[in-house]
Design a protein around this ligand. Structure first.
Ligand code: AP5
Length: 215
């Protein structure tokens, strides 16, 4: 069970690049943000608790996140995983280590996508997602063929709850604070690599695959 962690500020392109590289790495993709949005859409007890935090740009409590991830491991089996947006706190990192140790494995590599504040703000401002299937677009950079309509399923394209200005500011501040603790945790193990993410999605994917060669 090969475990790769993908980190980066909101809008760095974690979801976009994961969709491009997960298959090429032979890994299943787990995005805690996507799992939470599904839980909100289905109005599950976790979804109801998470919605309040997400709207404000705050993190969802660690125990809820760990329960969601463990449920994925149990249901999807012991293949490799690309963990997108998880762990985000030191507590989540140690809960993950304990969970993986119990399964006889560990995190082999951590990729941090780096992009300037200007780049991420431009990306978040134009992001649209399909309300039916969750596919992601950008009004300028990755436009749908028909405006406001999903190429894949024809569903309506909407703005995410947390892509409003106040929530974006809060998410960026939370990311900076949590990473100040989390980065040294993985640096000390020699498994963290920073990958430049200001270019095209394919350039970022290539950079990430190169960083993971031999891991
Ligand atoms: P999550 O969904 O993980 O949001 P995030 O980390 O803020 O990241 P984003 O999804 O906004 O950005 P991304 O890096 O995936 O960029 P994307 O590829 O979409 O989490 C949301 C919330 O859930 C959190 O704030 C928190 O409340 C909660 N949560 C989640 N995980 C948690 C955890 N572990 N613990 C506690 N709480 C948790 O790209 C953005 C846009 O740019 C898109 O429109 C895309 O099309 C475009 N784009 C992407 N790459 C490029 C490129 N190279 N060139 C041009 N455009 C690009």
């Amino acid at each position: 069970m090969r475990i790769i962690v993908l980190m980066g500020p909101p809008g760095a392109g974690k979801g976009t690049v994961s969709n491009r590289v997960a298959d090429r790495l032979g890994c299943l993709h787990i995005s805690t943000g996507d799992l939470l949005r599904e839980a909100i859409a289905q109005v599950t007890p976790i979804g109801v608790r998470a919605e309040v935090c997400i709207k404000r740009g705050e993190l969802v409590p660690d125990d809820l996140i760990m329960a969601l991830v463990e449920e994925q491991f149990d249901r999807r089996g012991d293949g490799g995983y690309l963990l997108d947006g998880f762990p985000r706190t030191l507590t989540q990192a140690s809960l993950l280590d304990a969970c993986l140790a119990a399964r006889g494995t560990r995190v082999v590599a951590v990729i941090e996508l780096a992009a300037s504040a200007e780049v991420v703000l431009r990306r978040l401002g134009g992001r649209r997602i399909c309300a039916s299937c969750g596919a992601g677009y950008h009004s300028l950079f990755i436009p749908p063929r028909k405006p406001d309509s999903c190429d894949r399923c024809g569903g309506p394209l909407v703005q995410r709850l947390d892509d409003r200005d106040e929530a974006i500011k809060r998410r960026l501040a939370v990311y900076a604070k949590e990473m100040a603790e989390l980065r040294p945790y993985y640096e000390e193990r020699g498994i963290l690599t920073v990958v430049e993410a200001s270019g095209t999605p394919e350039q970022t994917a290539v950079g990430m695959l190169q960083a993971l060669e031999g891991r």
